[in-house]
Design a protein around this ligand. Structure first.
Ligand code: BDR
Ligand code: CA
Length: 311
């Protein structure tokens, strides 16, 4: 089994929390740190929520670093309607015992990546890309030193989920996303085109609910909350599961198909703010970006269920 070193940057968030439970339980990942950013809920809550998830997962060995409270140039966004006012749906929040890492998330990203061999540390960005953009501004050599950057963000065929053309994570901090996509690092983007193919259907939630472990029970409760929100907002039964997709790809790439591309982000227009222009007319040999076009929804849920199964 080959082990991938990984930093997760996220804004928990119900689906971020599910992604964290998956990553915390996966033996194929060496989780160097969890970084948090203001996004779905304010930064002090995303940081606390990451520590709650870490405690439930029994992974206090993994440091959590708090990060940017606001996007590079815009006021903070928020998606409390989809995640609950405190960000973890129906999970009863509590003050976790585990401590917060020293210094801001952007510094931690620079330090952890630069002290390891070039190309060896992957970064998964599951929220606005503010921390990674700040890290790139702080250390100009970072983009060249990074391993794969796997992100949940963007929309092409599916259209947006926050405006007609933009997906939440990119819309929330389009300036940061533009920095990351233009940096020259390898980015694999899981936008709504792929994540809408991964749905928390009733049997899939039940399979998780049946497992006798705290992380599995918490995951099922988070998905139940999303199911209720989806029912109320769209009259549909099976909510999409976004943030676990990049983590699932690291663990089982065969669950997704990717297409080489060049991704640019709209920052100038208010109307199309955060639109991801995904250009497939590129030379595959030199393209630095890849766009997920298909996802095996059942495969992603099987992976989640198998990984959260108690030993
Ligand atoms: C993304 O937006 C957030 O609300 C979710 O956590 C996910 O990262 C989906 O558009
Ligand atoms: Ca998120």
């Amino acid at each position: 089994m080959s082990i991938q070193s990984l930093i997760i940057d996220c804004d928990p968030g119900v689906d971020d929390a599910v992604a964290l439970f998956l990553a915390f339980a996966a033996p194929e990942l060496e989780l160097l740190a969890v970084c948090t950013v203001g996004g779905n809920v304010p930064a002090h809550l995303t940081q606390r929520n990451a520590r709650i998830v870490r405690q439930i997962a029994g992974r206090e060995d993994v440091p959590v670093y708090g990060g940017a409270e606001r996007p590079l140039k815009r006021p903070p966004a928020g998606a409390g309607d989809f995640h609950g006012p405190e960000g973890l749906g129906d999970l009863e929040p509590f003050e976790p015992t585990g401590i917060i890492g020293d210094g801001p998330a952007a510094n931690a990203i620079v330090d952890l990546v630069m002290k390891r061999p070039a190309g060896s540390v992957a970064v998964a960005v599951l929220g606005p890309m503010t921390n990674l953009a700040l890290a790139m501004k702080r250390e100009r050599r970072l983009a060249d030193h990074l391993g794969p950057v796997v992100v949940m963000g963007g929309a092409r065929s599916e259209g947006g989920n926050i405006t007609a053309s933009a997906e939440f994570n990119i819309w929330a901090d389009p300036d940061a996303a533009a920095v990351v996509f233009a940096s020259g690092c390898d980015v694999i983007a899981f936008g709504l085109d792929a994540t809408h193919q991964v749905r928390a259907t009733e049997p899939r939630i039940r399979a998780l609910q049946a497992l006798r472990s705290e992380p599995a029970r918490a995951t099922a409760a988070l998905l139940r909350f999303s199911q209720r929100v989806e029912r109320e907002a769209n009259g549909a039964e099976a909510p999409p599961l976004h943030d676990p997709c990049p983590i699932a790809w690291l663990l089982k790439p065969e669950l997704f198909s990717l297409k080489p591309c060049r991704i640019e982000v709209e920052t100038a227009s208010e109307l199309t703010r955060g639109h991801t222009a995904v250009e497939f007319r590129v030379d595959p040999a030199t393209a630095r970006h890849r766009w997920a076009t298909t996802a095996d929804g059942q495969g992603v849920f099987d992976l989640l269920t198998d990984t959260l199964k108690p030993a």
